[in-house]
Design a binder for this molecule. Sequence first.
Ligand code: AMP
Ligand code: MN
Ligand code: MN
Length: 321
Amino acid sequence: MNKILEEVGPSDTIAITGHERPDGDCIGACMGLYLYLLKALPDASVDLYLEKPAPAFANVPRIDEIKTACDADLCYDVCIVVDSAADRIGGARKYFDTAKKTINIDHHISNASGCGKINYINPKASSASELVYELMDEDRIDVQTARMIYMGIAHDTGVFSYSNTTPHTMEIAAKLISYGFDFSGLLNETLYEKTYLQTQILGRALLESFRFLDGKCIVSIMDQKTMNFYQAGPKDLEGIVSQLRTIKGVECAIFLYQTGQQEYKASLRSNKKVDVAAVASYFGGGGHVRAAGCTMRGTCYDCINNLALHIEKQLKETEKQ
Ligand code: AMP
Ligand code: MN
Ligand code: MN
């Protein structure tokens, strides 16, 4: 794919969108691209559609320019889907379906072929933000764009600690911090800081977790009743599964939270041996080799049993090698 400014016209109408329940990478990549296009194309009309970001992002500059409702019946010249395939973009799907040109920028292995007319997909990239950066002309990036791209990369790499971090990732991050924004404060606010409520729920989820498959697998389940008790939503549950993954001896961590009668959202994380993208894809979800998710039907025990079968099979295969 060419640089993004060669793919969109100077006075195009452009919609940008990303996945439901947007995470730091999705928000950073979309906001970075949005600010970049607004500045580079003063005659274009650019709209960014996302679900309302978690409160941790409330103080990010210009975050309130995100459109959370998709009620206008507009037909855009270009629709750009970032950090996702078209099946997880919620209400913005209609803009994707009617746009004259579609572009997909993603790093999910479960979306290897891309959903756009034009695709920029690299499952080896740390983040969608890294890919968005590669499509920009360096001399047009300003501090506001740099801040958003940096935030996205830092969120999806666990602040440069996960195995998706490459020398190229670090080189980009080095260039970005040279723009001179407060990256330490940005990560503290959007990533590390937790509310008291989030910390209490994390404690509860850890207490109620249990291990199986000789301690190689750990699971914690949050039912609707408990979420109601704490008045917690999905945004308050982020980070639980990552914490479970860090426990010694654990190869695969599972966190399930109830989304309906006999319906659970599963988050999966792995250390070295399990390809959780393959497990989640089997159940209609997707993601990356070390971090993936899916929505499952049945009781929570049905969900765990079904996931455990696949995980056990993979563990046995790697142990044979
Ligand atoms: P989560 O466990 O929701 O934090 O998701 C982990 C990773 O898998 C993220 O990169 C998600 O974007 C991706 N993911 C989660 N659910 C799905 C899904 N249903 N389809 C495709 N990718 C997913
Ligand atoms: Mn994401
Ligand atoms: Mn991502």
